[in-house]
Design a protein. Structure first.
Length: 216
């Protein structure tokens, strides 16, 4: 590995940090290596630009003593690694990751596009994630068709891949699927089920184990 390659890897650290945080805070399918590198480069460039703007603002308003970032002028110089700049940019990249995650999770871009009639797309996640992530979803019925069981509880967490839906329910009552006969109660349950073999319904009320379902 050449010195220039090592320098480029170090310079990309802020972008990689932001990408890792961003990936932890949003709902998404597994990223390819190309997409991860692309996000790292984009987050890194934005972080360095913001640091440059901060320096320019301080020089303009307070003093004129802070030097320009050296990353722009000596990128091809393998021996000159701007460790301080990488450190400050890494701190900025964390803030950027949180802001980007908020924008993504609140669908701000999609809402703006919908307001102007540009697009009706709600986001990148599928309907399963969108439905369970909705603020109106608390208590649900989860119908396990294969095992002929119905679970009633409130959603604590969930995830999925291409074939399997995972969900964690609390305050769970379990019923027969066919006749809704009550079987037992548990404090929490973790379920990993085939997507094609479940039905999720939004529970309308909860009254001593007798709920009125509303199918979505």
């Amino acid at each position: 590995m050449s010195e220039l390659t090592i320098k480029l890897i170090i310079i990309l650290i802020p972008g990689a940090i932001a990408t890792l945080i961003f990936g932890k805070l949003i709902l998404h399918k597994e990223w390819s290596n190309f997409r991860f590198v692309l996000y790292s480069i984009l987050f890194g460039i934005v972080s360095y630009l913001i640091l440059q703007l901060i320096i320019n603002g301080i020089n303009l308003c307070i003093c004129n003593d802070l030097p320009e970032l050296t990353i722009w002028s000596n990128l091809n110089d393998a021996s000159a690694i701007p460790y301080k700049e990488v450190g400050f940019t890494s701190m900025i990249s964390i803030i950027i990751a949180f802001i980007a995650s908020m924008i993504e999770n609140r669908k701000i871009i999609n809402r703006i596009a919908s307001f102007f009639g540009i697009s009706g797309k709600y986001g990148d996640e599928n309907l399963y994630s969108m439905f369970l992530n909705s603020k109106s979803v608390e208590f649900i019925y989860l119908r396990d068709i294969k095992n002929q069981l119905t679970y009633h509880g409130w959603v604590k967490s969930f995830s999925e891949n291409d074939n399997v839906s995972e969900i964690r329910l609390a305050d769970v009552a379990v019923y027969n699927y066919s006749d809704s006969e009550f079987l037992y109660e548990v404090e929490e349950v973790y379920l990993s089920l085939n997507k094609q073999e479940i039905i999720i319904e939004l529970a309308k009320t909860k009254d001593n184990g007798k709920e009125e379902p509303k199918q979505e």
